[in-house]
Design a protein around this ligand. Structure first.
Ligand SMILES: [Mg+2]
Length: 267
């Protein structure tokens, strides 16, 4: 047993596959591939607060070119609210799943979201916001179907945040915790990015194509695993254990690779 296998097993990502290969070795056939892209940490750099990210014109033109190259089979699959992705990307991203699969837009139409106990969610949101008022070192991010506590500027608060949210959710059948980079979220049970990808694959532009999914966070690992099982291509952006098949250093190197793919398709 190799040391690397031991490490991945210990941290909870026992590899079904070899460690990820360098993305530079990969080339995809656009006409046969549906592209699923996470947003924060994948297409834009993580910022100190969720609303401090910068989206420049080059990302919008890249997404426009990718949509053309893949004949519309490009989707953003984000943990953010759908409305925020629309705010940042507008029409450059016609197909978007927000809230880790809770929301979906396709063909300019908002499709049904998840059903959840609105009163219970409201109660959870109020309690989490009060927590953030009492300890302003954390930031509460209100979402359509959940709420997040960010502790990016105070990583020492992780245990305190996690303990609070764990007690708040308790034995709830309808909600669960999800860990992300320097944040913990409460979201409805039974939603996932993998489910979102599955739903989007039913749309005609996506149907019958092989899947490529790129993400950066622990929240993307279950989707990596599912896409791997479907025989797709998975890309981890940045450091950290992963079951993705390829890795690239940062959103910048990932976008450079995407741009190379677009340019190669023009030759
Ligand atoms: Mg991300």
């Amino acid at each position: 047993m190799s040391k690397q296998w031991d490490y991945y097993n210990m941290v909870g990502f026992a590899p079904e596959t070899d460690p990820p290969d360098d993305l530079e070795r990969l080339s995809v056939v656009a006409a046969e591939t549906a592209l699923f892209l996470d947003f924060d940490g994948t297409l834009v750099d993580i910022a100190p607060t969720p609303d401090a990210i910068t989206v420049d014109g080059s990302l919008k033109s890249l997404l426009t070119d990718l949509n053309r190259r893949h004949n519309g089979a490009v989707a953003i699959v984000s943990g953010r609210n759908l409305q925020e992705i629309e705010h940042y990307l507008g029409d450059c991203a016609p197909t978007v799943s927000g809230g880790h699969g809770a929301e979906l837009r396709h063909g300019g139409e908002h499709l049904h979201g998840v059903k959840c106990d609105a009163d219970r969610l409201d109660h959870i949101k109020k309690a989490v916001k009060e927590f953030a008022v009492l300890d302003p070192r954390v930031i509460a991010e209100d979402k359509s179907f959940g709420i997040v506590l960010h502790f990016r500027q105070h990583p020492e608060l992780e245990c305190k945040v996690r303990d609070f949210l764990t007690i708040l959710v308790g034995e709830d059948d309808a909600f669960e915790l999800q860990s992300a980079k320097m944040a913990v979220e409460i979201k409805p049970k039974g939603i996932s990015k993998a489910d979102a990808i599955g739903r989007i694959l039913a749309f005609k532009e996506f149907s019958g194509r092989s899947i490529m999914f790129a993400g950066d966070d622990d929240t993307d690992e279950s989707a990596f695993s599912w896409v791997n099982q479907q025989g797709g291509v998975t890309v981890k952006i940045g450091e950290g254990p992963t079951c993705a098949r390829y890795r690239t250093h940062s959103p910048s190197t990932f976008k450079a690779w995407l741009r190379e793919q677009v340019e190669a398709g023009r030759s």
